[in-house]
Design a protein around this ligand. Sequence first.
Ligand code: NAD
Length: 461
Amino acid sequence: MKLTIFGSGYVGLVQGACMAEMGNHVVCCDIDEDKIARLNKGEIPIYEPGLEAYIERNVEAGRIEFTTDVKKAVDHGLFQFIAVGTPPDEDGSADLKHVLAVARSIGDHMDEYRIVVDKSTVPVGTADKVRAELFKSLKKRGKAIEFDVVSNPEFLKEGDAIGDFMKPDRIIVGTDNPRTTELLKSLYEPFNRNHDRVISMDIRSAELTKYAANAMLATKISFMNELANLAERFGADIEHVRQGIGSDPRIGYQFIYPGAGYGGSCFPKDVQALAKSAADAGYDAALLNAVEDVNLRQKRRIFEKIEAHYDGKLNGKTIALWGLSFKPRTDDMRAAPSRVVMESLWEAGANVRAYDPEAMQEAARIYPDQDGLELCETADSTLEGADALVIITEWQEFRSPDFDRVKQALTDPVIFDGRNLYEPSLLQAMGITYYAIGRSNVNADSAQPYGRRKTDMVDSF
Ligand SMILES: NC(=O)c1ccc[n+]([C@@H]2O[C@H](COP(=O)([O-])OP(=O)(O)OC[C@H]3O[C@@H](n4cnc5c(N)ncnc54)[C@H](O)[C@@H]3O)[C@@H](O)[C@H]2O)c1
């Protein structure tokens, strides 16, 4: 089949590559000329495991191409996918300007029946706005051409995006026309061979399903972070609690890791956008607002622990920082907790020596010529001249470091671990002071390292 995908980002490129892999003919169209030029030179602008090989193979086979030519893109595909960004507006709502710009472009150029499929995460009711833009553009041209608008939200996760797209848990198809449902089903047939994963529904329910999924996952994380903060105050160990509740199949082990807060391009903006849509509809989404508030606080927890450890005297300190991306196996730093930690450290006068296996270029792009930031080539080299070590992203290579080397390199052997990667008793035995999340199991002072007793209670929020 022939399809066009507008937006060559994390979603558009993965979808394009996977659809081409199944034998379809894909045109990827983006307004970013530099990105398209790089793709046409064989450079993949993002890090996503497996993506490069998929694109290379399908470019060679002539099944995928990249262009900025909108007319060519609209002429190509029966299916016109919209996979552009929907960043948060100032008030937290989803900014639809890119989605509606694509709708206008399609209306400006289409000459025959098209199925416009929204893959971007958009508020309920967006399909109506897309339809209205298409009508407006066609009317301006004096054309009456048939089209359908479909909601087909994407559920892939960065770091595992190819696997998720090739073997989806579900394919949500929101339509108001049975014929379009059938056409979408046949496009997705190759991803569906094991059993039917298509769940068809009305358009508004499909739009809401995507927000519901992300909001549920974000809620699990914020719930666990709240419990971690309680564990610190109650003298409990959240890691025991995690295992204790995860064993209940109604709760499960997934998405109940306490940590430095969730980031990325989806959870923060989608929870906010859903809460804003709720407010616009006259409903105070108390739970969603709390999920977001807990997360914003959680992103500051590690900094608060560092600040408390040094009694607020961070000026001139040098902090080694491992992990910049918002999670492992991606270079994406959008809304990453590392940014909150680094920016707080800089504000307090500290220097950061940072390393990430994949996000170094992205960090250099976000923080060009940043005073107090040194990007180091290895995890080990961040330790040179550093006072303390902070871990923000749980990349595999950070899981079992040479603790002797860490201890000997740091002027003050202390580790602040935003992902609970290490065994506290082991570090304690080695003489390394260790702060984790929710593991200060002996008193209520969250600034205290694991295993040290202190009588005065400090509420650090
Ligand atoms: N990243 C994820 O893990 C993920 C997962 C599921 C859903 N989503 C949703 O999918 C959408 C896309 O996310 P992303 O992470 O791929 O975004 P992204 O920022 O990586 O990519 C978006 C691309 O769209 C391009 N673009 C903007 N306006 C355009 C236009 N008029 N025509 C053509 N291209 C245009 C941009 O240049 C950019 O390359 C968002 O709504 C997001 O919420 C993202």
